[in-house]
Design a protein around this ligand. Structure first.
Ligand SMILES: NC(=O)c1ccc[n+]([C@@H]2O[C@H](COP(=O)([O-])OP(=O)(O)OC[C@H]3O[C@@H](n4cnc5c(N)ncnc54)[C@H](OP(=O)(O)O)[C@@H]3O)[C@@H](O)[C@H]2O)c1
Length: 364
């Protein structure tokens, strides 16, 4: 959640919370407790503080990610210990409205996009502040809506393929859920890296993922993924659970499975979880370790990180025509509950975007 600016005098006024220092409030989607969709409310909140290395962004569009409802449900509370009220939303695109004294890379009026810092989310709001290190100039050829669809999913795909897998030209990689927010970008990034891409989706999305560049498509409603030949160098597993065990059995000896959705690994636990959780996690992941050992394969859990420099790479690929944002649906902020309902169906083709503030820019 963005921090309040200066010393904030909170004056309840017909349900509004006014901030004395700026004399204005902004709309933001917040939760005051964990739970289902009913715990979300659009409220007037104080405008965020602008620290010395921060840029203040007038948000034009934000995109939703599964972490937004997992956070709302309290499923991420052991790793992300955030105080209430918690602002939801990780991905934004917008215009710089103010900069802190130490900001060097951005100026007022710049058009930017960002995956917000994990302890300062709240992108489903009219304004948000972020350290300039997580911000990048938005792709020139993308609309604000398209730009907002890219940060979390694009960085996850980039970090999985480039850092965790170290994907090399000619290697064979299976990317699960190729029609989803992460998968649709991962297919394109893996093709850009010169890999042979296998992906999974349901029947209605087969042509979509082929159009994104997939060389082979497994329609999981018709085919058994486990029956695929054991000829893969790597699997990017966005499904988690039992799928990770199947993935470990499909990579060649020496191969790697990178997961983002299932139980985390010991390295994640050391970095993010309280000590008392670690023994239970170790027990719960025992089967995965045994399957990996039997397959001679490595499993790694990836917890993506915000990174403005990598986001600049993503923007360059978009402007070069090498990466195409895929938007499933767009909702105004007033209909954000409907946007969450659509996300939680789990059938999105690409990303769900929420427009905020000023009218969307035509054609970028
Ligand atoms: N650890 C991290 O840092 C990190 C970062 C990003 C995302 N994640 C996690 O990664 C997961 C995916 O995120 P996302 O944004 O891509 O989600 P998403 O866009 O909501 O995923 C929806 C897609 O999943 C596909 N799908 C559902 N079941 C499938 C199955 N059994 N096999 C193949 N495809 C299936 C659907 O395609 P069909 O309709 O064709 O089935 C749909 O296109 C989420 O659990 C998210 O929390 C983790």
């Amino acid at each position: 959640m963005a921090k309040d600016a200066h010393d904030v005098a909170r004056v309840p006024s017909r349900g509004r919370v006014l901030k004395a220092s700026y004399g204005r409030a902004m709309q933001a989607l917040v939760i005051h407790r964990y739970g289902g969709p009913a715990v979300m409310s659009l409220e007037d909140r104080p405008a965020p503080a602008v620290g010395p290395r921060d840029v203040l962004i007038d948000v034009r569009a934000a995109s939703l990610n599964p972490i937004d409802y997992k956070l709302r449900q309290g499923k991420s509370k052991l790793a992300l210990r955030l105080p209430f009220p918690i602002g939801l939303g990780c991905d934004v695109a917008g215009v710089v409205a103010a900069v802190g004294a130490e900001v060097t890379r951005f100026a007022v009026g710049d058009e930017v996009f960002a995956r917000l810092e994990k302890d300062r989310m709240g992108g489903l709001a009219e304004q948000v502040a972020a350290d300039e290190a997580v911000v990048a100039a938005r792709p020139r050829t993308a609309t604000f809506e398209e730009a907002a669809s890219l940060p979390l999913a694009g960085l996850t795909a980039l970090q999985a393929l480039r850092e965790a897998i170290d994907l090399q030209p000619g290697q064979r990689v299976l990317i699960h859920a190729g029609a989803g927010g992460v998968g649709s970008l991962a297919i394109q990034i893996a093709k850009r890296m010169g890999a042979h891409v296998v992906t999974t989706c349901s029947t209605r999305n087969v042509e979509l993922v082929r159009g994104l560049g997939a060389d082979e498509v497994i329609d999981y409603t018709q085919q058994d993924v486990a029956a695929h030949p054991r000829d893969l160098d790597a699997v990017f597993d966005t499904l988690g659970g039992a799928s990770e065990l199947t993935s470990l059995r499909l990579v060649k000896p020496g191969g790697v499975v990178v997961g983002v959705s299932g139980l985390p690994d010991a390295a994640f636990a050391r970095a993010w979880l309280p000590g008392w959780v670690r023994p239970a996690l170790w027990l719960l992941t025992g089967k995965r370790r045994r399957v990996a050992a039997a397959a001679g394969a490595r499993f790694q859990f990836l917890f993506m990180r915000p990174d403005g420099a990598q986001l600049a790479d993503v923007a360059a690929w978009v402007d070069a025509g090498e990466l195409r944002p895929l938007i499933h649906a767009t909702f105004p902020l007033a209909d954000v509950a409907a946007a969450f309902a659509e996300l939680e169906r789990g059938r999105a083709r690409g990303k769900i975007v929420v427009t905020i503030g000023a009218a969307p820019t035509p054609g970028g």
